[in-house]
Design a protein around this ligand. Structure first.
Ligand code: NDP
Ligand code: MG
Length: 406
């Protein structure tokens, strides 16, 4: 009889101090017989990272810069923790691609998460992809690197994880699944689903970050409120499931219980349901193709009682309209869309622009002619930087000419 215990899966959690990072660590804590934390990374929340290192004792931690690394290294030494502290994009890439790592949770927010997610792909890892911006910016390069390096890509975004679960299990990453007519991408509609344009003009950052169904980081909360999140997800779905933008339909479903659906040519429509808690897609992807407990309460259909479905209003939610247009235009447009959106959301959170100026800034930056060649990651990052520079110029002009205030 073989009494050997199975080897613990070594997990790197990129963005460990964030919302997805902490849900991931919650699932890992529930399964000490399966998973061990190999590396944890953070950017600004140093005290939180230190506490996580004391709790999980990873081999590596990664922080933003050399000075923070030195401080954390010394504090961990004093606490008797042997974690080695690295820093910067190089440190992130190192813990994403390390030969002893089995799976990488890519949960850094924004374009900052692209190089380390790509490093994990190039090292042929199992990638649990939460960072949707990586695919929006570099979908073609990312998916071909997945195939070239034999990496395994499992979507964490709840909608994409739902679609993945509704597709045949032998479907291969980035190759069109057979017999699919449409992907129905559900959206909660965010906190301002029923607000008028005049009400949207007065929205504050605190209101935009208070999502009715999901507890998330600030950037994705604002993206959900503008519905840019659904636009980024439409682009993400096109790359993950080799769909054309016209094959993905956005459906507002305010209860957030159906996480998305797949409509097959024979008339069958498959959906994945569950309580809105990211530990479900995280546990699904971590254990796939097995199933493990996630700590999420069972869905009670009697309490739910009803489900509603509404078409999105592309006039009030201009960010969704812009994202659909960028998905159709392809090439550099999604990179510009994403970069301008990141600058606009940060400016809104700092109260430099109004909520309704977020799509205005993005539309103006998208209308500028810029480099359209996207051959490699270097091109992607150049276009990203160029778009950010334009967006910042727009912001500076705006505050001089209009004296923006909420
Ligand atoms: P959070 O803002 O909660 O966390 C972001 C994480 O990224 C933190 O650990 C943060 O570190 C780190 N980080 C931020 N900037 C940088 C940087 N420049 N370099 C390195 N690390 C950085 O975000 P979420 O967890 O909500 O989202 C993470 C990703 O997952 C996003 O791409 C989002 O779209 C996606 N996602 C999130 C969902 C959710 O429910 N939250 C659902 C589906 C997808 P620190 O906090 O220390 O500064
Ligand atoms: Mg989502």
């Amino acid at each position: 009889m073989n009494t050997d215990k199975p080897r613990l899966q070594q997990i790197t959690v990129l963005g460990a101090t964030g919302s997805i990072g902490s849900s991931t660590l919650d699932v890992i804590r529930q399964h000490p017989d399966r998973y061990q934390v190999f590396a944890l990374t953070a950017h600004s929340r140093m005290a939180e990272l230190q506490a996580l290192c004391i709790q999980h004792r990873p081999r590596f931690a990664v922080v933003a810069d050399a000075a923070s690394a030195k401080r954390l290294q010394s504090d961990l030494h004093t606490a008797g923790v042997a974690t080695a502290v690295l820093f910067g994009q190089q440190g992130l890439a190192e813990v994403a691609a390390h030969p002893d790592v089995d799976a990488v949770m890519a949960a850094i927010v924004g374009a900052a998460g692209l190089p380390s997610a790509m490093a994990a792909v190039q090292a042929g890892k199992k990638i649990l992809l939460a960072n949707k911006e990586a695919l929006v910016m570099s979908g073609a390069l990312f998916m071909s690197a997945v195939r070239e390096h034999g990496a395994q890509l499992l979507p964490i975004d709840s909608e994409h994880n739902a679609i993945f679960q509704c597709l045949p299990c032998n479907y291969a990453e980035g190759l069109a699944p057979v017999g699919v007519r449409r992907i129905l991408l559900t959206a909660s509609g965010g906190p301002f689903r029923n607000s008028s344009y005049a009400e949207l003009e007065r929205v504050t950052p605190a209101q935009a970050c208070a999502h009715p169904n999901w507890s998330m980081g600030q950037k994705i909360s604002v993206d959900s409120a503008t519905m840019m999140n659904k636009g980024l997800e439409l682009i993400e779905a096109c790359w993950l499931f080799a769909a054309r933008p016209t094959q993905v339909e956005v459906v507002i479903h305010p209860q957030s219980v159906i996480h998305s659906l797949v409509d097959y040519i024979d008339g069958s429509v498959l959906a994945q349901l569950g309580n809105p808690d990211m530990r479900t897609p995280i546990a699904h992807a971590m254990a796939w193709p097995e199933r493990i407990a996630s700590g999420v309460a069972p869905l009670d259909l009697f309490t739910l009682a009803r489900m509603d479905f509404i078409a999105p209003d592309l006039q009030r939610f201009a960010c969704l309209r812009l994202a659909i247009a960028a998905a159709q235009a392809g090439a550099a447009a999604p990179i510009v869309l994403n970069a301008a959106n990141e600058v606009a959301v940060a400016a809104f959170l700092q109260e430099r622009i109004r909520f309704t100026q977020i799509p205005q800034l993005i539309e103006d930056v998208l209308s500028l002619q810029m480099s359209t060649t996207v051959h490699d990651l270097e091109n992607v990052l150049e276009i990203d930087q160029q778009a950010r520079a334009y967006a910042n110029t727009w912001l500076n002009k705006q505050s001089i000419t209009a004296g923006v205030g909420l």
